[in-house]
Design a protein. Structure first.
Length: 195
């Protein structure tokens, strides 16, 4: 199931400045994509409800773009690979050199119960086929600023396989190490710049 072509060439020395340059281009591209503004029809729609529905649609599209930006930021960092959509594993990020596979979600409430179960099953299947890999279900954000910044990490068993659930600061530092704060600030500044 693992494909060495998915891996970033870790023999090349990592450059934070080149990473930022590439990431800024990706962020600009993601944020400049056109957004839909066609609302679904409801017989009870009013001008007021349509205004509210349009705001909700725009916020949902913004959240999806932010999730994609996080996947790019983490999946293009030193030794990590963004698997994008359509990868055979169905997962989001991998590092063959570190032997880690990740299913990434923006918030702890992004997945409903059935979606979370399906995502954990993908990780368990990957773990079954690649027992040497650490498989992580990761959330960028928790319920509050305090719990997000602190973060957490715990082992879980799903379909008989040991997985890890990492949230917030614990996960950020796991991927980005000492560059965590500077990368988060770069993401904030760049997203502001292009929105």
């Amino acid at each position: 199931m693992t494909n060495q072509n998915d891996s970033v060439d870790t023999d090349i020395e990592f450059s934070l400045s080149k990473y930022f340059e590439s990431l800024e281009n990706k962020i600009q591209s993601i944020l400049s994509r056109p957004e839909k503004n066609v609302l679904t029809y409801d017989i009870l729609d009013t001008e007021k409800s349509n205004t509210n529905k349009l705001l909700a649609l725009k916020e949902k599209q913004r959240q999806m773009k932010v999730g994609e930006i996080w996947q790019e930021a983490l999946g293009s960092y030193n030794g990590w690979c963004n698997l994008k959509q359509g990868h055979e594993s169905g997962l989001d990020i991998i590092s063959h050199s570190k032997k880690v596979a990740i299913e990434l979600k923006n918030r702890t409430n992004t997945d409903n119960a059935s979606s979370k179960k399906a995502n954990l099953s993908k990780l368990a299947k990957f773990k079954k086929n690649n027992p040497e890999y650490l498989c992580i279900y990761a959330n960028i954000n928790d319920k509050s600023e305090k719990t997000t910044l602190k973060g957490s990490s715990k082992k879980i068993i799903h379909d008989g396989f040991e997985l890890e659930h990492k949230i917030g600061g614990e996960f950020h530092k796991f991927i980005l190490g000492n560059d965590t704060e500077v990368i988060i600030q770069f993401l904030k500044n760049t997203i502001d710049k292009y929105t």
